[in-house]
Structures are given as structure tokens and as C-alpha cells.
Design a binder for this molecule. Structure first.
Ligand SMILES: [Fe+2]
Length: 411
């Protein structure tokens, strides 16, 4: 088992269901076999085996890894480097290793551990409301603005983060396991096909997704930018997530229509869940008007309902769209080294998969193929990663249902 966590896949459906509603217990141990049998017998305990023989080797290995990555991001002498983490950071060694790497490159390096300022990747408000903790103009927001480079647990879809990007800070999401960082280290081919895909996405007007199971819906994207993720960033004001390989776009929120089927086995990533039954979503004029199916459909519906404005309002008091029942972004994965059985960036980046996500898409910046330019301020965001879909841009088949990317220049 090494230092990897016990895998969640392969569990019974019942234990996967329970996991969504219980907080699992985390245990670190030198040898899992020495733990009390009650812990070993429980499905809700994550056991991590620690290799105490090589802690220093592991950190120095990480310094090398971060050093190489920072060179890709062109971290330079005299720049200000910040590692930002929340108090619950799982991999504290990333702080030490990244500061050491940034220092080797001559940067002024520091870390900041503070509560997340607002909206995390799962759409859960985790900090103080409004701008108090991390929005534009807050202390944390100002710290982001003042840095040239920020690594760590970047608060996405957040005004303070958007302001830092507008000020030219380049930000890098870095919190995945080291094994994942290494396995999907930025790759020239992934970068090339992601940027080429984002350019084709940028130029298109309509995204259509179909499959053999009843999916057939269209999204209008007229004028919205094409977005690429490639796992590093050297352009001012650009965010990325290491590792990543994908193309996306935030479509016009009021113009999607059709039927979207999520198949058993597809990944509802933001709920850390693999669908156990089919889900059928009906879209009318941009709204999810029906979410049908069994337990999984109910879970998505109830999750979205938690963030619905009172009395079914879709616009907030500022006149902004604030509706969880909307498409956030759509696109495809470009990373040939991603593994479908691994949750996380593997799911989003899987070569030839299609990701169609729900909820918030206020994520604006000006770097190369960057951002969604969406208008939906709802706090919830759910990424849904599917295989076996056809994706068309203006009628041209881009991704086929056997998970291939068709145009040779994008494949
Ligand atoms: Fe997303």
C-alpha cells in the first residue's frame, strides 16, 4: 500500500453511500497491520502508511520536483513567492519543499496558513462571509495581490483571487498527492493539444453533446473565451492547476437545451462520488428543470437546492444571476497519462472524457486561454466527468463516444 491512501473504489455501493454523509476518520500509521481490528474493519477509516525510513529523502525529492516546476513557471530572483494553505492542509511538507525550491531560485518566499476565504472547489462556503476573510480588498486578498506567484490551496471562483489575477499574480493550485504531481508532470504534448483545443473552443459558437444513452443537448457559447489548463503558468495573471490537461468553456447561462445523461460509473467529482445509477437531466433555456434517477439524482438535486435563493429567485439583490441549476462549464480532457480509476485531476483531465459542470462560473482573468467569463454567482460548483460522449463544436466532431479526440491537430 506504500504511502497511498486506501482506495475508495471497489467498495460496496452501501459504503460509498454512507461515505457521502459521514466524515471519514483519517489514521496515519507506520504499519496498518498493527492497528486495532475495529479500525481495520471499518469502511469509514482512511489509513495512510507512513514510511519513517525516508522522510528526508521524500522532502528533498519534493524540493527537486518543485524546483523543476517553478522553473517552468519562470519563478525568478527577486520575485515574491507565497505558499497559501488552509489549516487543514493534508500535505504540510509541500510548504517546506516549495519554500526551499523558491529560495533556491532567488525568490522571496513565505507561506501563509489561514482559513479559506470563501468558496472552495466544492462550492462550500468555508470562511467568513463577504470580503472579510479573503475577498477583494481583504488582508488575504491584498497578500495575493502583492505576490508574484502563489502556490497551494488557491480559493477559486473568489473575488480576491480574481483581483490578484487582474493585478498580474500567477497562481498555481498545488495540493494533489506527489505521485499524481509526478505522473502527470506538465507535458509538451498535453500543453500543445490543450491550447490548440482552447483556440478551437474560442472560435466556436455552439457546443453539442450526445451519446448512445439519450444525451443530446446544446450549449451556446457565443463570444465566451476558450479555457485551457496545462499544469503550469508563466503568464502574468494566469491561474492553473498542477496537474491538469483540459479544455473548457463557460457557456451562456440562459441558452442550454436538451437532455444530459450521466451514466453509472461517471464521476460527480465535487461530491467525491462515482454514480451508482444513471441520472437524466433536462435542460430548458439554461435551467436544469428536471434531475431524474435514483439516489444519485436525488443527491445532486438536494445539493443544488441547498444553495437556491429564497422563493426560487434566480437573481440576487444586486441583479446578478445566482442560480445553482445552471451549466457552469463544458469541455474535454487532454491528458493521456490520466487514469479513470483515480479520483481528482485524473477525472477532469482524462484523455477523451467530457466534463460538464454545474453552478458557479464567475472566474475571470486575462491570461492565455484562461477563465470562464461566466455570470453565475451561485456559491455551488459541481464538476461532473463522463466518458463515452460525443462532443461537437459547430457540428464538427471533436470527441467521440469511444473517448478519442478526432481532429488530428487536437489529438
Ligand atoms: Fe469546475
Amino acid at each position: 500500500m506504500g504511502s497511498e491512501k486506501r482506495a475508495h473504489y471497489g467498495e460496496s455501493e452501501e459504503s460509498m453511500k454512507r461515505r457521502d454523509f459521514t466524515r471519514s476518520l483519517s489514521v496515519q500509521a507506520v504499519a496498518a497491520s498493527t492497528l486495532p481490528s475495529a479500525l481495520l474493519a471499518s469502511d469509514d477509516v482512511d489509513i495512510e502508511e507512513i514510511d519513517i525510513e525516508k522522510p528526508m529523502d521524500q522532502v528533498s525529492d519534493l524540493v527537486d520536483l518543485f524546483y523543476a516546476h517553478m522553473k517552468l513557471c519562470e519563478v525568478k530572483e527577486g520575485e515574491t513567492f507565497l505558499f497559501y494553505a488552509t489549516p487543514g492542509i493534508q500535505r504540510k511538507e509541500y510548504i517546506t519543499a516549495s519554500l526551499a525550491a523558491a529560495k533556491l531560485l532567488g525568490a522571496n518566499a513565505f507561506s501563509l496558513v489561514a482559513n479559506s476565504p470563501g468558496i472552495g472547489n466544492e462550492g462550500v462556503p468555508t470562511g467568513l462571509p463577504g470580503g472579510a476573510a479573503g475577498g477583494e480588498g481583504s488582508l488575504l486578498g491584498a497578500t495575493f495581490v502583492a505576490a508574484d506567484v502563489v502556490y497551494g490551496e488557491i480559493p477559486l471562483y473568489n473575488d480576491g483571487h480574481n483581483a490578484a489575477l487582474a493585478a498580474g499574480t500567477r497562481t498555481l493550485q498545488v495540493f494533489q498527492p506527489a505521485e499524481t504531481l509526478k505522473r502527470m508532470y506538465p507535458h509538451e504534448e498535453v500543453t500543445k493539444r490543450s491550447y490548440a483545443g482552447a483556440e478551437v473552443m474560442r472560435a466556436a459558437n455552439e457546443i453539442r453533446v450526445t451519446d448512445d444513452f439519450g444525451s443530446d443537448f446544446t450549449l451556446s457559447k457565443n463570444g465566451r473565451p476558450g479555457h485551457a489548463q496545462v499544469g503550469f503558468t508563466k503568464d502574468k495573471g494566469r491561474w492553473d492547476h498542477w496537474p491538469s490537461g483540459l479544455v473548457a468553456c463557460g457557456p451562456i447561462e440562459t441558452e442550454s437545451n436538451g437532455v444530459y445523461v450521466i451514466k453509472k460509473g461517471d464521476i460527480i467529482l465535487s461530491l467525491q462520488h462515482r454514480a451508482t445509477s444513471d441520472i437524466k437531466i433536462t435542460l430548458e433555456d439554461g435551467r436544469l428543470v428536471k434531475i431524474e434517477g435514483g439516489y444519485d439524482a436525488q443527491m445532486i438535486r438536494e445539493r443544488l437546492e441547498l444553495f437556491q435563493l429564497p422563493d426560487g429567485q434566480q437573481y440576487d439583490s444586486d441583479g446578478n444571476l445566482n442560480d445553482p441549476f445552471r451549466i457552469s462549464h463544458a469541455g474535454w480532457g487532454t491528458e493521456h497519462r490520466a487514469q479513470w480509476q483515480v479520483f481528482g485531476m485524473d477525472s477532469e483531465s482524462m484523455y477523451g472524457s467530457v466534463m460538464v459542470s454545474l453552478g458557479r462560473n464567475v472566474f475571470d482573468y486575462t491570461g492565455k486561454y484562461a477563465g470562464l467569463d461566466g455570470e453565475n454567482y451561485t456559491p455551488i460548483h459541481i464538476d461532473i466527468c463522463c466518458r463515452n460522449k460525443n462532443l461537437y463544436l459547430d457540428g464538427e466532431l471533436i470527441v467521440s463516444s469511444d473517448n478519442e479526440i478526432i481532429p488530428p491537430e487536437l489529438a
